[in-house]
Write a protein that binds this ligand. Structure first.
Ligand code: AHR
Length: 502
């Protein structure tokens, strides 16, 4: 079968914000404890941070990591995580029915961000708490010494402000499961007043207001409209979340789900524009897609863990999805969607980063390894930076539950204007047909293939685990070539690939 694509240097979508390759870490399960932090681990540094995990994270070149939640943040007291570790209280976590030793708090997290070359995106509790705690937290993190909170931070070991620029105003406040869940009007007013107050402290902060937890919520997309009617002028981004699963074992439907993601983004983009027009505003609000990933493999195991747990366990093995090869294709399609929506999606966070629905897994006292989905995320983060191209794509398609005529070939293109390099990420969703890709390169002067990485596997259910950490890995592709401004390549059935030309 054949897919024809045209890329033209002047047909662009937008400059891709590097922050779409961000990630998320929550005090949940083993993300923090025995994830990034494990004093006594053979690779741990003096602060107890695992060196093997830090290296795998560093390799990903992640712009921002969102922290500390998630549902966790909606009953979190940030003060519990500062000051001498021996004085920090153990608290019950109401979101995940566990307990937290608070041995990692904002100081340790920001130091870890420095260690792995990323920046913090901090979330504020607007569930059980409100405006006053929010302003105290921001002042503690960013305020000058010579004032109460800045001096307390200094006493706790850090004189210089942490200078965190990006803040989330709560988490999934539309969700009835959330501690302190609110109606859109209640939340919109609180978010706006909180944003105004934080801006009185520092008007240059970047603020993210909560949108819908997913596009199946009954309140979606009215939630977005109402929340933005309240807060439009005081915020910079509205957050969206979406998790993907193949519970019915239908690969064709599963791999079509980024059509739903695309529609979700487009609808919220329209809602932003509606509110902007209603307000006659010149201000722009963008989308922060700050939780996305595959999440379904561990659901049953989690029910069993929580049903069998006595009391409030510390760092149990919750949400430990073991990803398979099929999920590589899904993650590839999701990342392609963010590239194609780069005009409005300026931040996106893979949820999460370590152990909890994560590309990186660890064993306490033992190894850290890359899950299958690490690879499409890695290649997108490293090479998917530049300008998104508005590709003209002609590919046969198939009908799925979510949409008709879903193209078998899902492709995104990125032009790095500094180097002149072009990078294409393509997924072949066809179960048994190879595609001949014929890609016209107009106006680039590209002459040769500089890299071709392929992920394909005979078994969609193949996984990487502690015993076999490299069952699903990328391989160098062969046969891709550029001749007379045409890139040609063979895309095998059920495959992900990255082709780079220069
Ligand atoms: O990432 C896991 C959970 O998913 C987060 O805590 C919550 O925000 C979302 O529902």
């Amino acid at each position: 079968m054949k897919a024809s694509v045209t890329a033209h240097k002047d047909f662009t979508i937008a400059r891709i914000d590097d922050r779409v390759y961000s990630a998320f870490l929550e005090h949940l399960g083993r993300a923090i404890y025995s994830g990034i932090y494990e004093p006594g681990h053979p690779t741990a540094d003096a602060n107890g941070m695992r060196g093997d995990v830090a290296q795998l994270v560093r390799d990903l070149n992640i712009p921002f990591v969102r922290y500390p939640g998630g549902n966790f943040v909606s009953a979190y007291n940030w003060e519990d995580g500062v000051g001498p570790r021996e004085n920090r209280p153990v608290r019950l976590d109401l979101a995940w029915h566990t307990s937290d030793s608070n041995q990692v708090g904002v100081h340790e997290f920001v130091d870890w961000c420095d260690l792995v070359g990323t920046k913090p995106m901090l979330a504020i509790n607007l569930g059980s708490r409100g405006l006053d705690e929010a302003r105290n937290f921001v002042e503690y993190v960013n305020g000058p010494t010579g004032s109460y909170w800045g001096d307390l931070r200094k006493k706790n070991g850090r004189a210089d402000p942490f200078d965190c620029r990006l803040w989330c105003l709560g988490n999934e406040m539309d969700g009835p499961w959330q501690v302190g869940h609110k109606t859109a009007d209640e939340y919109g007013r609180l978010a706006n007043e909180t944003a105004k107050t934080l801006r009185a402290f520092d008007k240059s902060l970047e603020l993210v207001v909560c949108g819908s937890s997913n596009s199946d919520m009954k309140t979606y997309p009215e939630w977005e409209r109402i929340v933005l009617e309240h807060s439009y002028e005081s915020v910079d981004h509205i957050s969206l979340h979406m998790y993907f699963g193949n519970r019915s074992g239908n690969t064709a439907n599963y791999l079509a789900l980024n059509e739903k993601l695309d529609r979700y983004i487009t609808t919220v983009e329209s809602t932003i524009n509606l509110v902007k027009a209603n307000k006659r505003s010149r201000h722009d609000v963008y989308i922060s897609f700050d939780e996305w990933n595959v999440w379904y493999h561990s659901n049953e195991q989690d029910r069993a863990i929580l049903a069998g747990a006595e009391g409030w366990p510390h760092a149990p093995r919750l949400l430990e999805d073991i990803y398979n090869f099929e999920d590589v294709l899904q993650v590839g399609c999701i990342l392609n969607t963010f590239i194609r929506k780069s005009n409005v999606v300026k931040i996106a966070c893979i949820a999460q980063l370590v152990n909890v629905i994560a590309p990186i897994m660890t064993e306490p006292g033992g190894a850290a390894w890359r899950q299958t989905i690490y690879y499409p995320y890695y290649f997108a983060s490293i090479y998917g930076r530049g300008t998104a191209l508005n590709l003209a794509v002609r590919s046969p398609g198939y009908d799925a539950d979510i949409a008709d005529n879903v193209p078998y070939i899902d492709i995104a293109g990125v032009h790095d204007e500094e180097t002149g390099n072009l990078t294409f990420f393509a997924v072949n969703r066809h179960p048994n047909e190879s595609f001949e890709l014929d890609l016209a390169l107009q106006g680039f002067g590209a002459a040769r293939v500089i890299d071709h990485q392929v992920m394909t596997h005979a078994d969609l259910r193949a996984v990487n685990n502690l015993a076999n950490q490299t069952a699903v890995v990328p391989h160098k592709g062969t046969g891709a070539s550029v001749e007379g401004a045409r890139l040609t390549a063979r895309l095998p059935p059920y495959s992900w690939q990255m082709i780079r030309v220069s």
